[in-house]
Design a binder for this molecule. Structure first.
Ligand SMILES: Cc1ncc(COP(=O)(O)O)c(C=O)c1O
Length: 506
């Protein structure tokens, strides 16, 4: 398959950010000038002039099992697009060369996880693997009650079915699509309250996942605790570009929630990646371990939902963990109704064993340096070619800034989906629209959603050579961007439309 674009340069790469000796009270990004100075130091370094080289991040693992990568021809890709109704969720995996649709459940498990699977105790009740899983979640979060679910949305369902009543309001920094769908399904109204910088793809603000605390306080004061079953903060903020939440901001959120009598929950899918950003970007955090930083967040919350398919490094699994025994009892009743007995929650018991190991591995600093380093490596290649992406890059994906990538396409030409289609057509790369199709009818915000295309990087799966191939594909499309045509939706499902909608070229 032919790909075009400039020959790739060699790059020098520096993972992570610099240190700062400032106290947490004087966080540098709290003033505009301070933020600029801080950001300059915290950013991925650009290639040095005259010595343009960027080294790929070191892989702290080696390969034991391999899987052949498909190589569909141009004609096969065209046929696949037509059959799939131009929705890449409908492609077969053997039609995809590099699959960046999601980082969810797509991780490569370690030898220790595979061996834990072999020790599966498939008892319906009281499995040894549940005890291992429960103990791992308790030791990381400090929450005494752990209720398993088959994946993140299962956990969201348990929480919303237990706590949300019709007419109530649930604030979040930004709801993920399934979270907002579950709040709405329970009759509630999801409300997004991110800081203003979250909506500016060019702002280098280091914690774009932060909550607008003043707006949160106003909302809680206006609604009162009886109309707000809980507030939630998503770490990292996937919808807003995988952006981290600072511990300083989360402390203020917790203060407001406590003062207003509203419970506070975390969507902790990417809690270890978030902790890595806090360690590298937040003043005074550079000597604290990932576990300690994570625990500082959990200590401020009443509970959390988790899709273990992210920072649990497994292919399936999730849970709700809570502090309150009464809430836990109600959650268990719903668990039995929809997921399974509360010592397996819809999972094979061996899967719980793999989660217990994966949660520990996700805290390893070398692993996280490589993980975040891969995202920064891909972004660096795009940066050098002038491809617009959401800045600064977040934890699990590069998000292309569609508005600047395809300025000639109006909103009703669905430019995000058009770009997703084009990346597949060019190089067999599968990505996903995160914009007006995924969030257009959500009602979660009065702000127009960001128009993004997400390239999510599976954990421990692809090499730097694969990412360089992805960069070449994107750069090739960027060079011929004026020729990219829009698409129209020919089938619009009522809920979560991006999964099953169909499209046609305009
Ligand atoms: C922030 C966030 N919350 C919840 C979920 C839902 O998790 P799952 O896909 O396991 O149902 C996801 C999945 O991508 C997510 O990114």
């Amino acid at each position: 398959m032919k790909t075009r674009g400039p020959p790739l340069k060699r790059y020098r790469f520096t993972a992570g950010a610099t240190r700062s000796g400032r106290s947490a009270a004087a966080a540098p990004w709290q003033t505009v000038r301070g933020a600029r100075r801080h950001i300059r130091r915290a950013r991925v370094r650009r290639p040095l002039s005259g010595r343009s080289e960027r080294l790929a991040p070191f892989e702290p693992f080696k390969t034991k099992v391999v899987e052949r990568i498909p190589n569909p021809s141009r004609e096969e890709r065209e046929r696949a697009l037509a059959r799939a109704g131009f929705n890449l969720f409908n492609l077969r995996s053997d039609e995809v060369r590099i699959d960046l649709l999601t980082d969810s459940g797509t991780s490569a498990m370690s030898d220790r996880q595979w061996s834990a699977l072999m020790l599966g105790d498939e008892s319906y009740a009281g499995s040894r693997n549940f005890a291992e899983f429960e103990s791992a979640v308790r030791s990381i979060t400090g929450f005494p009650h752990v209720i398993p679910a088959h994946q993140g949305r299962g956990a969201e369902h348990l929480l919303c079915a237990t706590l949300v009543r019709p007419g109530q309001v649930v604030p979040n920094n930004m709801h993920f699509d399934t979270t907002q769908a579950h709040v709405a399904h329970a009759g509630g109204t999801p409300v997004n309250l991110p800081v203003a910088e979250a909506y500016d793809p060019e702002s280098e603000y280091p914690f774009k996942g932060d909550v607008d605390v003043r707006k949160l306080d106003e909302l809680l004061a206006h609604e009162g605790p009886e109309r707000v079953p809980f507030a939630m903060v998503t770490i990292t903020n996937n919808t807003g570009g995988g952006q981290p939440v600072s511990l300083g901001n989360f402390r203020r959120v917790a203060d407001v929630c406590r003062a207003r009598g509203v419970p506070l929950y975390l969507d902790m899918c990417r809690w270890a990646e978030n902790a890595y950003f806090v360690r590298t970007r937040e003043a005074g955090m550079e000597h604290r371990s990932i576990g300690e930083i994570g625990r500082a967040f959990f200590d401020l919350a009443d509970g959390a939902t988790m899709s273990a398919k992210k920072d649990g490094l497994v292919n399936i699994g999730g849970f709700v963990a809570v502090r309150d025994a009464g809430v836990a009892e109600r959650l268990k009743e719903v668990d039995i109704l929809y997921e399974g007995f509360p010592t397996y929650g819809g999972l094979a018991r061996r899967d719980l064993a793999a989660v217990a190991v994966g949660l520990q591995e996700a805290m390893d600093l070398e692993y996280l340096e490589h993980r975040i380093g891969q995202v920064q490596f891909l972004a660096g290649l795009l940066e050098d070619a002038g491809v617009p992406y959401l800045r600064p890059v977040g934890g699990h994906a590069v998000y292309l800034d569609v508005t600047r990538f395809l300025p000639h396409l109006a909103a009703d030409a669905l430019p995000g989906q058009a770009l997703v289609v084009e990346l597949y057509r060019e190089g067999g790369v599968r990505s996903v629209e995160v914009g007006s199709i995924m969030f257009g009818t959500s009602g979660a915000t009065d702000h127009r959603p960001l128009e993004l295309v997400r390239l999510a990087i599976p954990r421990r799966v692809y090499s730097s050579a694969h990412l360089a191939y992805v960069a070449r594909t994107i750069i090739a499309v960027h060079e011929r961007r004026a020729s990219v045509r829009g698409v129209k939706m020919t089938h619009r499902p009522e809920r979560l439309p991006h999964f099953t909608a169909r499209f046609a070229p305009l």
